[in-house]
Design a binder for this molecule. Structure first.
Ligand code: ADP
Ligand code: MG
Length: 248
């Protein structure tokens, strides 16, 4: 891939937790500007760990890049924390649809305006981008987020991230536990967002089929390493992908 267009680059990265547990080993990857990149692989492969090191939040879990380097737009961000990465325009949507359950949908959306620990002035216009892509949220603004359905919560966390106006969006298991039709709707919306808002995305998901459908490029991980990588349309043609991930 063209190094000039790379938003994120990992160069031979090793990641350990608690100074000794080796979670990721020798991983190199490159995410081009404007792409949707799929990060695939079974539970425990190291997908979330990689996202957490890119966004800087891994350090709060005693994780560290013990070898190699992480670059964001050419800048070495290997040891940067979450606030520094948020300031650079990275938003990380964690696994498990982490909404504030006792706050309303509206209040949850307003929480999107924290950057680097500072609260930005919230303007009614800030909702526009959220409603453009998820008009359903308008109807449930006063609902406590804990009472929203899984699909609504997933929309809410993506909408909240959009209010941040990220340059790079990291999504961890957005499809987990959602009905197929809902997954399709949400993934189609991700494509619209990617195209219309120029937001580069990395989507870590166990649903290889759906994720490769919307991705430009894919990486398949296993045991902390990249096993395969290719443009998504080529990856879906590979026998080992068909056999192990696509169920065909
Ligand atoms: P995936 O997202 O692909 O399911 P993870 O990145 O969550 O995989 O996990 C990769 C490995 O790192 C697993 O063996 C997991 O148990 C371990 N791991 C993940 N998070 C932590 C943590 N906070 N502390 C220690 N080990 C962790
Ligand atoms: Mg994970």
């Amino acid at each position: 891939s063209d190094a000039d267009r790379a938003v994120v680059e990992l160069d031979n990265v090793e990641i350990v937790y608690d100074d000794h547990f080796l979670a990721v080993q020798g991983v190199s990857m490159s995410v081009d500007e404007g792409d949707i990149v799929a990060l695939l692989g079974p539970n425990g492969a190291g997908k979330s760990t990689i996202l957490k090191m890119i966004s800087g939040i891994g350090r709060t879990e005693r994780g560290e890049v013990s070898r190699g380097n992480v670059f964001y737009r050419g800048e070495d961000v290997t040891n940067f924390g979450a606030n520094e990465m948020v300031d650079r325009g990275i938003t990380h949507i964690l696994e498990g649809r982490r909404v504030f359950e006792d706050l309303t949908v509206e209040e949850n959306l307003r929480c999107g305006l924290y950057r680097g620990g500072r609260r930005f002035r919230f303007d009614e216009d800030d909702y526009d981008i959220a409603f453009d892509y998820f008009p359903q949220l308008k109807e449930i603004m006063d609902l406590k987020a804990g009472y929203a359905s899984g699909g609504q919560q997933q929309m809410l966390v993506i909408a909240r991230a959009l209010i941040h106006r990220p340059e790079l969006l990291l999504l961890d298991e957005p499809s987990l536990g959602l009905a197929p039709k809902l997954v399709q709707d949400i993934f189609e919306t991700l494509v619209e967002i990617n195209e219309q808002e120029d937001i580069t995305m990395i989507v870590a998901d166990q649903n290889a089929k759906r994720t490769l459908d919307i991705a430009d490029y894919g990486y398949v991980m296993e045991n902390g390493q990249i096993e395969l990588h290719d443009p998504a349309d080529q990856l879906v043609q590979r026998e080992e992908i068909k056999e192990f991930y696509l169920g065909t």
